[in-house]
Design a protein around this ligand. Structure first.
Ligand SMILES: [Zn+2]
Length: 194
């Protein structure tokens, strides 16, 4: 193989894997990327389903828009980022009455679960509006990252912290991991010096 041929092959491989986003007009953006076999099969399947619904020749833009809309809505729903405030759907706090205090209630012997109830998770993610709620202690600028949100207990669960909307915050993965390290360090110093 000549070096010129090798260069041509390298260039064609590069252009196959290159992704490009180019703003054409304020309302239109050109997106260019290479689709693998799996994506091509999914596109063909989606086109077939759209044709079945009467849209005989959908554009790629339509296929992608429908797919992305569906997926984003599904993810937002799972994370509780919806138009309605899920806090309104929170179950009422359990009522403790005299009978359940004097007679042994089998439910009372079940240890509290590490699992955070779905309505509480949804209420926290709703308050966070899909963004990290982490705020550094000194300057007040909130993080607002949308990346991999997780729930953080301010009063740690392991030390009796409640699964409540007030005790929980949505943190991005980076800040949740950092906060866990800071908490662990603080606990160690309390144990050693306290
Ligand atoms: Zn963050």
């Amino acid at each position: 193989m000549t070096s010129a041929t090798a260069l041509l092959i390298a260039q064609s491989l590069l252009s196959q894997t290159e992704e490009r986003i180019r703003v054409v007009t304020p309302a239109l953006t050109e997106i260019r990327f290479s689709a693998d076999k799996e994506l091509m099969a999914l596109i063909e399947e989606a086109k077939g389903l759209l044709a079945h619904g009467g849209n005989l020749n959908p554009s790629l833009q339509e296929v992608f828009k429908r797919g992305m809309k569906f997926w984003v809505e599904k993810k937002k729903h799972e994370k509780g980022i919806t138009a309605n405030n899920p806090a309104k759907e929170l179950p009422a706090a359990p009522q403790v009455d005299a009978a359940s205090q004097t007679h042994s209630d089998p439910r009372a012997s079940i240890p509290p679960s590490r699992y955070i109830p779905a309505p509480i998770q949804k209420a926290v993610f709703f308050r966070a509006q899909g963004r990290s709620e982490y705020k550094p202690p000194h300057d007040g600028a909130r993080c607002t990252s949308r990346h991999a949100l997780e729930l953080h207990h301010h009063h740690p669960y392991g030390r009796g912290g409640a699964h409540s909307v007030e005790n929980l915050s949505a943190y991005c993965r980076v800040h949740n991991a950092a906060q866990a390290r800071w908490d662990a360090r603080q606990n160690r110093s309390v144990t050693v010096f306290g």
